[in-house]
Design a protein around this ligand. Structure first.
Ligand code: FYN
Ligand code: ADP
Ligand code: MG
Length: 576
C-alpha cells in the first residue's frame, strides 16, 4: 500500500467477512438479523450481497442447504447467538446428513464470559455444541484470520463428501479494525474447492467386469448423482449400457421419468430380482432397506458396485464387491471410456419382464388418476400437479408430508435434473418454505411446493418472507384436516385427538394477509386454474386444496417404521 501515515485506511471485521464471501463468489445470505449481526446484514446488503431475511433461523438454514445442493457453492446461513444458533443448527445437521454444502455463521457472545460461565447475554459454547453435528467447525478471534476462517469453511463444506460447516464469529470480531490493505491481502480466494477425485484404474476395471457379467443389472441413482452435475455423462452411461435404472426421490429427472429405461414403476420387482446393482451417489440406508432383507430378494445373491466420493461409505450395510471411489463425474466418465462401442445390452428377458411389470403399474395408476372423487383424493389433486409440471418442466418441485410426499413421488414425473427437493435422508418435516425460498432465489425459476397440511405448519410463517421478496412460489397445501388423516377421535372426549387439526382451515387466507394470492380449491378444475395462473403471473400464491379427510394412511408408505401398541386402552380412574 502507498503508506499514508497520517490516516491509513482502515477496515473492520464486518467488511472483511463480506469481502471474503464476495471474493469467493458467495453472493447470497439467508438469515435472521439480531444481536450481534444486525448491522452485518445491512452492510452486506449495501455491498451487493443478496440478503434474504427469514422469520425463523431453521428456515434460513434450510434455504442455505438447498442453495448448496442446487449450486454446488456452500449456502450461507447467518444467525444470532445461542437460541438463534440452535435453530440454525437443526438445518446444519440436516444438510450434513444429506451431504449438502452449507456454512452456518453465527454471532456469539464474549468468549471470556462464556468460558467462565459468568452468565452473558445468550451465553453458549456454540463451537463445542456444533462440532458433533457437522463436518467441521471453526472460530475466528482476530480480524486478520477472517480470510483463513472463510477459506477453511468453504473447503470443508465442498471437498470430498459435501456437508455442513459451522463458523463461530464472536461479537467483538465484527468491530475489530485493521489496516485495509493488509486486510485485503489476508483474504483467500479458494482455488479448486472441490477437486476432482479420479478413480483408480483397477477399480474401474473391477466394476466393469462385474457389470459385464450381469444377467439382470440395475443402476440406482441417488441425490449424490444429481448434486454432481454430471448429467450428460450419467445419461450416456445409462443409455449406452441399456441398463434399467431406478432414481431415488431427489434423483428423479436426472433422466426424464418418462424414459424407457426407468424402472421406477417396477421398484419392488427390480430390487428383488436384479443380480448386479450399481449405486451412483446413493447410500444403502433405511430408504433402501439397508441393502438386505425381503426388499432385496433371495439372501446373499446381490452383488454391488458403488460409486461414492466417501470411501468409508463402502460396506456400511452389506459387502460391496466393486467400490469405485472418486467424484461421480470422473467415475462415470471412466466407466464410459471403458465400455467402448461394443457393450452388450442386458438380456431382453430382464428388460422385457421389467417393462411388463411397469406397464401394469402404469395403467393401474392411470386408471386411478382418471377418477374424479369429491372431495379430491391425494391422487386426483396430484394428477393436476403432474400435468402442470409436464407443461413447466423447468419448475422446481418442493415436496414434504407423509401421504402427500409418497403419492407425489410416484405420480409427479420430473423431466430435468435437480428439480425436485424433498424431505431427504432423515425424512423430516419443516424443509418446505426454506427450500422453496432458496429454489426461487438461486434459480429464478417457478417453484411449486406440494405440502401436506401438517408439514406446511412447520414453516408456514415464511409465507410472509415469500410475499416480502415477491418470489414466484406456488404453494399447494393438501388439506385433509390433520396428520395422516383428519378423522381421529379421542375416545375419552375432552381434547381432540393428537393427530387432527382445526377442521376446514383456510390456509389460503393466511397468504392473503400478506398480500399474496390465496385460493380455495375443491375441484381439479379450480386447482388447475389456480396453479396455471400462479405460474404465469409469478405471484406468490397459496392454494388450499381440500382433500378427503379420510384419505390418508398412517405414516404413508413407511407405516412399518411406526410402532403401534396392541394393548387395549385402560379406563381412566377419576379422582375420588
Ligand atoms: C412408482 N410406482 C409407480 C410409479 N412410480 N407406479 C405407477 N406409476 C409410476 N410412475 C410404484 C412403484 O413401483 C412401487 O410399487 C410404488 O409405486 C411405490 O413406489 P416408491 O414410492 O418409489 O417406493 P416405496 O416403496 O415407497 O419406496 C420406499 C422409500 C420411499 C423408503 C424409498 O417410501 C421413500 O422415499 N420414503 C420417504 C418417506 C419419508 O421420508 N416420509 C416422511 C416421514 S412421514 P411396487 O413396485 O409395486 O412396490 C412421517 O410419518
Ligand atoms: P439418496 O438419498 O438419493 O439415496 P444419499 O444422500 O443417500 O442419496 O447418497 C448420496 C451419496 O452421494 C453420499 O454417499 C455422498 O457421499 C455421495 N456424493 C455426493 N456428492 C458426490 C460426488 N460429487 N461424487 C461422488 N459421490 C458423491
Ligand atoms: Mg394432512
Amino acid at each position: 500500500m502507498t503508506s499514508d501515515v497520517q490516516s491509513p485506511e482502515q477496515t473492520d471485521g464486518f467488511h472483511l467477512v463480506i469481502d471474503a464471501l464476495k471474493l469467493n463468489g458467495l453472493d447470497t445470505i439467508f438469515c435472521v438479523p439480531g444481536i450481534p449481526i444486525t448491522d452485518f446484514t445491512r452492510k452486506a446488503q449495501a455491498e451487493g450481497i443478496r440478503v434474504i431475511s427469514f422469520r425463523h433461523e431453521q428456515h434460513a438454514g434450510n434455504a442455505a442447504a438447498a442453495a448448496g445442493f442446487l449450486t454446488r457453492k456452500p449456502g450461507i446461513c447467518l444467525t444470532v447467538s445461542a437460541p438463534g444458533f440452535l435453530n440454525g443448527l437443526t438445518a446444519l445437521a440436516n444438510a450434513t446428513t444429506n451431504c449438502f454444502p452449507m456454512i452456518l455463521i453465527s454471532g456469539s457472545s464474549e468468549r471470556e464470559v462464556v468460558d467462565l460461565q459468568q452468565g452473558d447475554y445468550e451465553e453458549m459454547d456454540q463451537l463445542a455444541i456444533a462440532k458433533p453435528l457437522c463436518k467441521a467447525a471453526f472460530r475466528v478471534l482476530h480480524a486478520e484470520d477472517i480470510g483463513v476462517g472463510i477459506a477453511r469453511a468453504i473447503r470443508s463444506a465442498l471437498s470430498g463428501r459435501p456437508g455442513g460447516v459451522y463458523l463461530d464469529l464472536p461479537a467483538k470480531l465484527f468491530a475489530q479494525t485493521m489496516d485495509a490493505e493488509a486486510g485485503k491481502k489476508s483474504l483467500i480466494k479458494v482455488v479448486d474447492p472441490a477437486p476432482r477425485q479420479i478413480p483408480a484404474p483397477d477399480s474401474v476395471q473391477r466394476a466393469l467386469a462385474l457389470l459385464k457379467g450381469a444377467k439382470r443389472p440395475l443402476i440406482l441413482l441417488g441425490k449424490g448423482a444429481a448434486y454432481a452435475q454430471a448429467d450428460a455423462d450419467i445419461r450416456a452411461l445409462v443409455e449406452k449400457t441399456g441398463i434399467p435404472y431406478l432414481p431415488m426421490s431427489m434423483a428423479k429427472g436426472l433422466l426424464p421419468d418418462t424414459h424407457g429405461q426407468s424402472a421406477a414403476a417396477a421398484r419392488s420387482y427390480v430390487l428383488a430380482e436384479a443380480d448386479v446393482v450399481m449405486l451412483i451417489g446413493a447410500r444403502l440406508n433405511w430408504l433402501l432397506s439397508h441393502g438386505k432383507g425381503k426388499t432385496w430378494g433371495a439372501p446373499n445373491q446381490k452383488r454391488f458396485i458403488q460409486i461414492d466420493i466417501a470411501p468409508t461409505e463402502i460396506d456400511s450395510n452389506v459387502a460391496i464387491e466393486a467400490p469405485l471411489i472418486g467424484d461421480i463425474g470422473s467415475c462415470v466418465s471412466a466407466l464410459l471410456s471403458g465400455i467402448g462401442a461394443s457393450w452388450a445390452k442386458p438380456p431382453v428377458e430382464w428388460t422385457g419382464a421389467i417393462t411388463e411389470r411397469k406397464d401394469k403399474n402404469l395403467s393401474k395408476m392411470a386408471a386411478t388418476l382418471e377418477l374424479e372423487p369429491s372431495p379430491m383424493s391425494f391422487q386426483s389433486a396430484l394428477s393436476v400437479v403432474r400435468d402442470v409440471v409436464k407443461t413447466h418442466p423447468d419448475a422446481i418441485v418442493v415436496n414434504e408430508g407423509a401421504n402427500t410426499l409418497d403419492f407425489a413421488r410416484s405420480i409427479v414425473d420430473m423431466y430435468q435434473p435437480r428439480k425436485r427437493l424433498d424431505v431427504g435422508t432423515w425424512g423430516i418435516m419443516g424443509i418446505g418454505m426454506g427450500f422453496a425460498v432458496a429454489a426461487a432465489v438461486v434459480t429464478g425459476k417457478p417453484v411449486i411446493a406440494i405440502e401436506g397440511d401438517s408439514a406446511f405448519g412447520f414453516s408456514g410463517m415464511e409465507v410472509e418472507t415469500i410475499c416480502r421478496y415477491n418470489l414466484p412460489v406456488c404453494i399447494v397445501v393438501f388439506n385433509n384436516n390433520g396428520i395422516y388423516k383428519g378423522t381421529d377421535v379421542n375416545p375419552l372426549g375432552g381434547d381432540v385427538a393428537p393427530t387432527v387439526f382445526i377442521k376446514n382451515a383456510r390456509y389460503d387466507i393466511m397468504m392473503q394477509a400478506f398480500g399474496g394470492v390465496g385460493v380455495h380449491a375443491t375441484t381439479r378444475d379450480e386447482l388447475m386454474t389456480a396453479m396455471s395462473e400462479a405460474i404465469s403471473s409469478g405471484k406468490p400464491t397459496l392454494i388450499n386444496a381440500v382433500i378427503d379427510e379420510t384419505a390418508g394412511t398412517e405414516s404413508g408408505r413407511i407405516t412399518s417404521l411406526n410402532p403401534q401398541s396392541v394393548a387395549k386402552p385402560k379406563a381412566v380412574a377419576l379422582p375420588a
